[in-house]
Design a protein around this ligand. Sequence first.
Ligand code: ACO
Length: 366
Amino acid sequence: MANGLDDVVAADTVLSDVDGVGGHLTIRGHSLAELAGRWRYAQVVRLLFDGFFDDLPGDAEFENAIGKARVEVFDRVKPLLAQLAPLDIYSGMRAGMAILPDGDGLADALRLIAAPAVLTPALLRLGRGETPIAPDAKADHAGDMLRMLAGAASPALAKALDSYLVTVCDHGLNASTFATRVVASTQAGLTSAILAGLGALKGPLHGGAPGPVIEMLDAIEASGDATAWLSAEIAHGERIMGFGHRIYRVRDPRADALKAVVRQLGSRNEASSKEMGSRLAFAETVEQAALEVLRIAKPQRSIQTNVEFYTALLLEAVGFPKEAFSNVFAAGRVAGWIAHAREQQATGRLIRPQSRYVGPVPDLVA
Ligand code: ACO
């Protein structure tokens, strides 16, 4: 048995490929570098969906359809928001998504793309005692998320968030995508499959890491000594959030894509950009200290920076509080989950592995 299913191939996919040795991510024939910062999120969602839905419209119409889905989802969840708001923000989003119809069509898929983008700002606003802002069907997806959060979105921040959503849209057979495919393999509907992905993403070993990255940066800043703080964590058996990956033995290419976006934000000529620039410089110092501490503590394993380290800085810079970072991750990754669910339904069989029984055996009756 391969504990954790290391190196087990459990699906053929045309969607994405993670080269953990070379440090490359390919999404439907495009490198991450080709897509991040160049393609809009709606275009990449369409790219992932291509071939998995019969009625896929062209790029412009597709973006409009996502906008209309945001409005539809907002209208559906609005009566429930007050009940969802007391939950933690991730559970509130998941509960809001659970009420969506459980079909397999494009309309179902678009509602699922729209839902995290609509629910997250609405629940954050309610949590702050503010009224939720309705979506604008004509706005771009990332810009509308920020507008629903803060009332307005600067084009630079909207572009940064869009680049983030593109960067995390799909990533091979990670834990949440596998969970999604297992449920899709039973021929359950898309909402059921996506709820499985949402559950798996929440944990700190997967999509729950970027919030703790901010807590770590703040604690290190307060302590004044990154190496001492990080070494003490390792000595206590803790993991350093934002570092290490099951597949990558080199630096996660998404970390560099996101760092470039944060650097761009920090180089603008505004007071807030200066703050961002110094936050980035501090994070880079912590990153170098963490890589060195991990190299010495775990010489048998190459533990490098993963996507979550710079995710934390980027999402903080565009205005999301740390408790909502995993929601925003879900808002990007939901595209990959839907495409994988459709691929599994179309080409896969029921996923049903075996377990090895290691418990007590019943007494034989004489
Ligand atoms: N900090 C300290 N030690 C680590 C870290 C880390 N970040 N990552 C791995 N290790 C160590 C483990 O303690 C273990 O050491 P040991 O052999 O002395 O017991 C060894 O490396 C192997 O650990 P595994 O859990 O088997 O390695 P795996 O490759 O499966 O780990 C994982 C991947 C779970 C992401 C891990 O690196 C980790 O916990 N990282 C911190 C959390 C994090 O950043 N999660 C986000 C991942 S990216 C994503 O999912 C989007």
